[in-house]
Each structure stands twice: as structure tokens, then as C-alpha cells.
Design a protein around this ligand. Structure first.
Ligand SMILES: [Zn+2]
Length: 245
């Protein structure tokens, strides 16, 4: 690290849990963020600011007026632009020293390639079909999956290491049958709830990268913003899971 980097990350480096070694580990890591929406936007801002050396951001969509209420990485002038281009510009304005790769054509054909290039994957998508595919790739390629979901005034957060013998994967939590897509387009969402879950997702990704504290592996945190309650339940590996068994 040069003097500018030491200064930029000084408030993190002074934490005994991070230090120079931890900051260098972050600078040396690659994270894949899928979805530059309500979750991906705050997660990307914080991971860029915190100095994750290479961020791969994936989204096929363009910025719409109704996104701006919660997708805080995009600005009014960005309406109509690809979300990945808009997000990259904001991230580089905060931190021009990291590498950002934009992917606007993520699909089944190239998902494994991008997951394979990453140390950690953050899922900020809003439909089960995509989430199941991301989970499959993460289990197959042995990559930790930091998963978050938000709707209305509720959120969920977990880290999956389904490739480990006793750890569940995302599919263990949601058996394929009977899952309806519950997204904010149909149900609404209060803006700071997305911000809270997206930043918590970034926090868990950093903790996994640095092997710090409680990482929520095999656990699901359920947040009710209306009650201001946080509770954590244990998730079991499904003995019949088609993905991780
Ligand atoms: Zn499983």
C-alpha cells in the first residue's frame, strides 16, 4: 500500500480486526455482486469505499425513475443508462484505485466463469429462478454466497457454504416447489430497509473475506423493521437437496 492508500483506509486499518494485513487481503480479493438494485447499490458503494480490490458488478437492466427511491448508487441523470455503467461511475468517483468490471450479459452460459473468478458472491437479485442458479454455481465452484432479500419492511440475510459437509445451501432453505416470487415491484419496499440489508450484506462479505466474528453460515437472520427486531434461526442441510448432496 502506498501513503494515499494507507490514509484512505486508515480508519479501517486501525481496527485490530483488520490491520494492514486485513486491508491488503481486501485489496487482493475479488467479489461478484449480482444485481445493482436495492441491495446491490448500497453493497457496491460500501465495498468500493472499503477497498475491495476487484468488484465485478452484474445487471442487465437500465435505470428507471422508480429505482431511485432505494437504488442509491444511481442518480436522476442516469435514467436510461445501463445500471452497471451508472454504478461503476459512482463507485469510481468514491474510489478510483480499485478495479471494477461490468457484466451486462450474465446468463446461464457465463455464470460459472464469473463465479469462478470471484472469491465471494453477493446475491442481490429478486427472483427465485436466478437465485437457485447462482446457488448452484456457488456450490459447484465452492464459493461462499452472501445472500440477502428484502420486501416491504422485512429482510433476510445469510451466508451459504453448501459445499461444506454439514452446511446448507440456499436450495436447502427453499425447496424448489411452491416458491412464489415475492418482489418489491409487486409488494413495495421502504427505502432504508433495502439500504440496511445491502450494507449488512457488504459487512458479511468483508467478514467472510477476513474470517471475522459471526458470519451467519448455516443461519438465517430475519429482520422486521417495523418491530425493530432481529432474530436468527439455524438452517439445516437438507439430506435430499439436489444441489449440495
Ligand atoms: Zn442444499
Amino acid at each position: 500500500m502506498n501513503d494515499q492508500q494507507l490514509l484512505r483506509y486508515s480508519r479501517q486499518i486501525m481496527l485490530p480486526e483488520v490491520g494492514i494485513e486485513g486491508q491488503e487481503a481486501l485489496l487482493g480479493s475479488t467479489m461478484l455482486l449480482i444485481g445493482m438494485g436495492g441491495l446491490g447499490a448500497p453493497a457496491a458503494l460500501y465495498l468500493a469505499a472499503a477497498g475491495v480490490g476487484h468488484l465485478i458488478i452484474a445487471d442487465f437492466d437500465t435505470v428507471e425513475l422508480s429505482n431511485l427511491q432505494r437504488q442509491v448508487i444511481h442518480y436522476t441523470n442516469d435514467i436510461g443508462r445501463l445500471k452497471v455503467d451508472s454504478a461503476k461511475e459512482t463507485m469510481q468517483a468514491i474510489n478510483p484505485t480499485i478495479k471494477i468490471t461490468c457484466v451486462s450479459d450474465l446468463d446461464e452460459g457465463n455464470l460459472s466463469k464469473w463465479v469462478g473468478l470471484s472469491d465471494i458472491v453477493l446475491d442481490g437479485t429478486d427472483n427465485f429462478e436466478t437465485r437457485f442458479k447462482i446457488n448452484q454455481a456457488c456450490v459447484a465452484l465452492k464459493k461462499p454466497l452472501v445472500s440477502a432479500a428484502v420486501i416491504r419492511l422485512e429482510g433476510q440475510l445469510s451466508v451459504f457454504k453448501g459445499y461444506e459437509a454439514n452446511q446448507p445451501c440456499y436450495q436447502c432453505l427453499y425447496p424448489k416447489e411452491g416458491t412464489d416470487n415475492n418482489n418489491c415491484t409487486d409488494n413495495g419496499i421502504l427505502a432504508p430497509v433495502a439500504g440496511m440489508l445491502g450494507t449488512m450484506q457488504a459487512l458479511q462479505a468483508i467478514k467472510v473475506a477476513l474470517n471475522l466474528g459471526e458470519q451467519l453460515v448455516g443461519k438465517l437472520m430475519i429482520i422486521d423493521a417495523l418491530d425493530c427486531s432481529f432474530r436468527t434461526v439455524t438452517i439445516s442441510k437438507d439430506a435430499n437437496c439436489p444441489v449440495c448432496q
